[in-house]
Design a protein around this ligand. Structure first.
Ligand code: FCB
Length: 470
């Protein structure tokens, strides 16, 4: 089974760039911006970041956005998604920061002028540090503060912005910060991770509720839509699975995928997952009225970030060394093709498999691929004698294969409306900083963040112009 024959995307299929405020803007101490979690961690231990490059610089987009929007337009991209930084838009009293607001008004206006529509996401792993210190997503204060920030953003930009998202990858903070202990504050506590996940679900739902209310009263434009973006990874297991392997798949799918899919289509969390969690002693900090809050979480459409599948099998032990219940162990597939720079498996068919699952189980849901991309260590091997980067040998096949599987899913009924490539212009990647480069456009750190097209850019321009996946 392949997607070779599917090389045409619909005429109204859109192409764009995915980015985020903290990874691009820079200006971390300008305009009254507060310290966020990344600034806090960078200040505390700069050695945790590749080449000691912390959160400070982004990719200098704050100073170069006009040029960047022109580049997107030149590449045939009609939209880009970025995030507002909560720590820039709001002050420490929870009031709008006028300087921050002025920056985003200018940013959005410049995009419009360049013919690029901005999709606005409200949260990309970047809580203001003071709220984290008060308990982060485990505290109702932070959840309420997020809702009030979202309300302020809708009120401020409600006439300008058509596409809104509450969160990017809400599964990542519970996992990275609270379960695997890889990101600040390095916690390894499964139950706390789920409470964080629950808190984010409430925050998402409160924001959607505020959006609906402000749209009904005319503050938000009538054609505006709201959604959620998550990295949905289809779970796979061994070819000849045991009952226990299938159970590992059910819980992985339940926690990472269905949790969010049910929330945004049904306004509730999946009952089977909550039951299994409760049986293992993991309960949510539920308060009276929470069900009504979650019921507001139903969205207009969804963003699907896809980089890699999850391969799981039955866990070798019931409880890990930290006392956490285990639901699945990783499963290493012998045929896996790896992106060695990032350590992520490359499996383009996963995008199709998950698309078809959504088509079957959530047939009314519209969606788009909100992130997909390949980060290669400094594009090093691709640097030619004249200094240009010829990345066509890997970036083009990566994107081509994923687009063909998307085309096939659409041909078979999937309601996928577009594709945003992650980065387009190289940017800062959390701990990896500038190690892995994703862009069709290079950012030269040795020449003041100068932008330069990589060879793959002409291929992208061709595809966005013709919608033929050559
Ligand atoms: C995703 C994140 C994004 C970026 C890409 C490479 O998980 O949403 O911010 O870092 O990975």
């Amino acid at each position: 089974m392949s997607a070779q024959a599917h090389n045409q995307l619909p005429d109204d299929f859109f192409f764009g760039a995915a980015l985020s405020g903290p990874q691009t803007e820079g200006m971390w101490q300008a305009q009254g911006k507060l310290e966020n979690l990344w600034d806090l961690w960078s200040n505390q231990d700069i050695r945790a970041f590749h080449n000691r490059v912390g959160s400070y610089a982004g990719n200098d987009m704050g100073a170069r956005y006009e040029q960047d929007f022109a580049l997107f337009h030149d590449l045939g991209l009609s939209s880009c998604r970025t995030s507002i930084q909560w720590s820039r838009l709001m002050d420490a009293d929870g009031q709008l920061n006028p300087e921050g607001a002025a920056f985003y008004h200018k940013l959005f206006a410049a995009a419009r002028e360049a013919g690029v529509e901005v999709f606005v996401n409200l949260y990309h792993f970047d809580m203001p540090a003071y709220l984290f210190r008060r308990g982060g997503w485990e505290s109702r204060e932070a959840i309420e503060a997020y809702a009030s920030y979202a309300r302020a953003a809708f009120a401020e930009f409600g006439q300008e912005i058509e596409h809104w998202f509450t969160f990017n990858e809400p599964i990542v903070e519970p996992e990275q910060r609270y379960e695997h202990g890889t990101w600040y504050p390095f916690v390894r506590d499964f139950a706390r991770a789920r409470c964080v996940q629950y808190g984010i679900s409430l925050a998402h739902s409160l924001a959607v509720g505020a959006f609906r209310e402000l749209q009904a009263s005319g503050v938000v434009r009538p054609d505006a839509k709201i959604g959620l973006i998550n990295c949905f990874a289809p779970p796979y297991t061994r070819e000849d699975p045991s009952e226990a392997d299938l159970e590992a798949v059910r819980m992985t799918d339940g926690l990472c995928n269905r949790w969010w899919l049910d929330l945004v289509t049904k306004g509730a969390l999946p009952a089977d997952v909550m039951e299994t969690l409760a049986e293992r002693g993991v309960t949510m900090p539920v308060r009276p009225g929470d069900d009504a809050i979650l019921a507001q979480g139903v969205v207009d459409w969804l963003g699907f970030n896809y980089y890699q599948p999850r391969r799981v099998q039955a866990p070798a032990q019931d409880i890990d060394e930290y006392g956490n219940p285990c639901f699945a162990d990783p499963y290493v597939w012998k045929d896996a093709v790896m992106n060695k720079s990032r350590g992520w498996e490359i499996y383009p068919k996963g995008i199709y498999d998950f698309a078809m699952t959504m088509t079957r189980d959530y047939p009314d849901l519209e969606w788009f691929v909100s992130e997909n991309g390949i980060g290669i260590e400094e594009d090093r091997a691709a640097r030619t004698a004249d200094g240009a980067i010829d990345d066509t040998a890997y970036r083009v096949p990566f994107v081509r294969d994923h687009l063909r599987w998307i085309a096939r899913a659409i041909d078979e009924g999937a309601r996928c409306r577009g594709y945003h490539y992650w980065g387009v212009i190289d940017c800062w990647s959390w701990n990896n900083a500038y190690k892995n480069r994703y862009g069709f456009v290079e950012v030269d750190l040795t020449h003041d963040y100068e932008r330069r097209l990589k060879a793959s850019a002409s291929w992208l321009r061709e595809v966005t112009a013709t919608h033929v996946i050559a």
